[in-house]
Design a protein around this ligand. Structure first.
Ligand code: ACO
Length: 325
């Protein structure tokens, strides 16, 4: 019998400290940085984001999201034999955040590793987990996107610091006789390293170079709208389906204008696009599983529906994944 992988539960977690645009505008004004709610909403669709407080790390957010996903899937940490964490803001240089989460869950013994593909990280991680389950390497995986981007933001740079937030989302993906994940498509083009990066690195006991996020927003915007259409079409073609078969589009939540443009190109109504960027900001690798969990828990998305997940981010990386829930 053919072996597939299926999502059996989702979970997410947002740190309690929520900043509306007005809160952030006031904090930035105190530092002499001028921005406004009107500019942020008009250019990005973002109205609020959550930030961690001191002493809270990516693994802490991941742990809460994972617990929620395990509960939804009706299983325990002991049933998990693979943990993949997508993050660009890991707790440590090493070991992986996945190993730290594994230990916090008390699920020791299975495979655990991180995937680093910035905002496409969750699509990459889910694709890897799907392949490992289909080939029999794993039975039941926790796939997590978790970020504390507030730690790498330059709060003197208004062109980037208003865009991002912290959070985590997780899914339990398990072996199944019936298809859950139908097709996926991954890409990268390393010549665009410089348009979105944190260029610093650890050396000799300190950080060398700049360890804050740098982004050429317009270059990212232009690339994003093109590749998101291409990867969605490529994924549909692999599954021999068409745009009309998509019940819900769950794009990486970076900017409402990128989402609108992608939906327009794919001829998908915005009513079928899951939008959380307004409340979460851009949570990088966490944004897609956060949006997925929110849409399931609010009853928007139902079992049996067909979902297109797609992401784009630093690298430059991009990809999409089509699944039956
Ligand atoms: N508040 C007020 N004014 C601002 C702000 C701000 N926060 N930021 C920039 N401005 C000003 C600029 O200085 C500029 O002023 P000027 O005309 O006097 O020079 C003006 O607003 C317009 O700036 P642009 O950069 O042209 O604004 P644009 O419409 O391109 O919007 C934005 C900028 C929102 C960053 C947009 O380019 C974008 O969304 N890009 C994609 C970013 C993205 O999605 N990144 C993440 C994808 S990958 C990942 O998730 C890691």
């Amino acid at each position: 019998m053919k072996r597939y992988s299926r999502i059996s539960g989702t979970g997410s977690y947002l740190p309690p400290h929520r900043l509306s645009n007005a809160d952030l505008v006031a904090e930035l004004a105190a530092k002499g940085v001028e921005t406004s709610d009107a500019w942020i909403v008009e250019r990005t669709g973002i109205r609020a984001r959550h930030f961690v407080t001191d002493g809270v790390y990516a693994s802490d957010l991941a742990l809460e999201a994972a617990k929620n996903a395990l509960q939804a899937a009706g299983c325990t940490a002991q049933d998990i034999d693979l943990i993949i964490v997508a993050t660009s803001t890991p707790d440590m240089v090493f070991p992986s955040t996945a190993c730290i989460v594994q230990n916090k869950l008390g699920a020791n013994g299975g495979a655990a590793f991180d995937v680093q593909a910035v905002c496409s990280g969750f699509i990459y991680a889910l694709t890897v987990a799907d392949a490992m389950i289909k080939t029999g390497v794993a039975q039941r995986a926790l796939v997590i996107g978790t970020e504390v981007f507030s730690r790498i933001l330059d709060f003197r740079d208004r062109t980037t610091c208003v865009l991002f937030g912290d959070g985590a989302g997780a899914v339990v993906l398990q072996a199944s006789d019936t298809p859950g994940i139908l097709a996926s498509d991954l890409h990268a083009d390393g010549k665009y390293v410089d348009i979105l990066c944190v260029p610093g690195h650890v050396s000799g006991g300190g950080v060398l170079g700049d360890a804050l996020l740098k982004m050429d927003g317009q270059a990212v915007f232009k690339l994003a709208v093109g590749v998101l259409e291409d990867t969605a079409r490529a994924t549909l073609s692999k599954a021999q389906l068409s745009e009309a078969d998509i019940d819900w589009l769950i794009p990486h939540q970076a900017n409402i204008r990128i989402m609108q443009s992608t939906a327009r190109k794919l001829k998908i109504s915005m009513d079928k696009v899951v939008v959380t960027v307004d409340q979460h900001g851009n949570t990088s690798a966490a944004s897609i599983p956060l949006a997925l969990d929110w849409a399931i828990r609010t009853g928007k998305i139902k079992a049996g529906e067909t979902l297109m997940l797609e992401g784009v981010g630093g690298g430059f990386t991009w990809g999409a994944l089509l699944l039956n829930l």
